[in-house]
Design a protein around this ligand. Sequence first.
Ligand code: FUB
Length: 480
Amino acid sequence: MKKTKTTRSAVVLLSVLASLPAASFALNPVVQTMYTADPAPVVHDGTLYLFSGHDEDAGEAGNFNLKDWVLSSTTDMVNWTQHGVVATLHDFEWAGSGWGGGFENGAWASQCIERDGKWYMYCPLQGRGIGVLVADNPLGPYTDPIKKALISGHYDSIDPTVYIDDKGQAYLAWGNPNLWSVKLNKDMISYDTSVGENGIIRHPMTVKALGERTPPNKDRGTSYEEAPWLYKHKNLYYLFFAGGPIPEHLGYSTGPTPEGPWTYGGVMMAPPKNSFTIHPGVVDYKGKTYLFYHNGVLPGGDGFKRSVCVDELKFNPDGSVPLVQPTDEGPAAVGTLDPYKRVEAETIAWSSGVKIEPSSAGGQAVRNIHDGDYIRVNNVNFGAPGARAFMASLSSTATAKEATGAKIELRLGKLDGQLIGTLPVSGTGGEWKPQFARISGASGTHDLFFVFRGAAGEDLFKFDYWQFSQRDLPANKLAN
Ligand code: FUB
């Protein structure tokens, strides 16, 4: 009797497990349509925004080539909507003067924060100081409210990190090779000049605070190199940073306030693959803590063509940070994607071949689509009975009368997984037009692949957004 009961419960459990979707994971690096570096995550109103630098595809060899800052966002940790460039060196009138690359280079590691409905982005213009931009929403447009450097170029002024404590006091810290900070005023665009050297505090660069450097270096007495990131967990403040020597690793220190005094905690991530720099960004989201960093693993990548990755960070009970192992699969999904609402084509878990550009219809669109390229979106919840139709907003240079020969295959689970529908792409004469396909066999939760087909080597079409429907399509909505 007992055995039968156990067997029956095991069968029930197995069938429940079988009906659940397999756990979906993010994929590292987070963005594949361009090189990204120096992650700066921030959570606001249920969305995780990931600001980052943007290593250009081409530029001066053996140097960083950064002109602008880009933004992606997620609500599930596996699908990232790319918002493209949100700020550039041209947003700073004064970027053109001084050493560092004029308007063409020097858009190094920034951080953005929201306060009272305004977004403040602290941007180092390498060699020229740290500026501040302000916007009404994370996507911008951003403008320069002070039209000069907030922190002059004399103070090792790269890699700003901004933090607002529970009492509303904001801090800005930065620096390579030294660590500096100011107390920002409530307006977030000026600082309290009554302390330190006209308001600027140099943190003691001691081994106790920032760890021992091995081998020692005459200019740098500690393991601290650059890329500070201020964060709080429980009652402890953390200073995460890139430690030296090169190739950099991630280290951390803790302290009782956002200004320290700091006590070195240890190494939290080994040097990244294929990049001599690393840069931390830590944020809490939906009950978990995430560590963003960069490496050089995308095809063509290296120390000047880096890519942002993310993995979960778990604290030890005493607040210390265990070594985080970088993964290819990234963290588990914390939500599903609703295919029955409009989804931007640039919402991507993984892609191959494609790029993004500003869309003539607003926002971004996917371009550079060739035969065999694909976009993957993860954890798509088709529910029951599931999807019966699919719509994509597409633009192609062929006229409505010309056949493009291109199509989108919709597949579940893997690149050559179950085919749930095929959309033959019509010519649109360069306009954005909705195009439709019948769908069958799409129920439950799956990773979804848009596989692009067409004449080899041809730039096929552009893709703005998509949506599934649980209702069938009238015949006149179908191209064939
Ligand atoms: O991206 C340029 C520089 O490389 C950053 O400012 C540093 O943190 C390092 O990642």
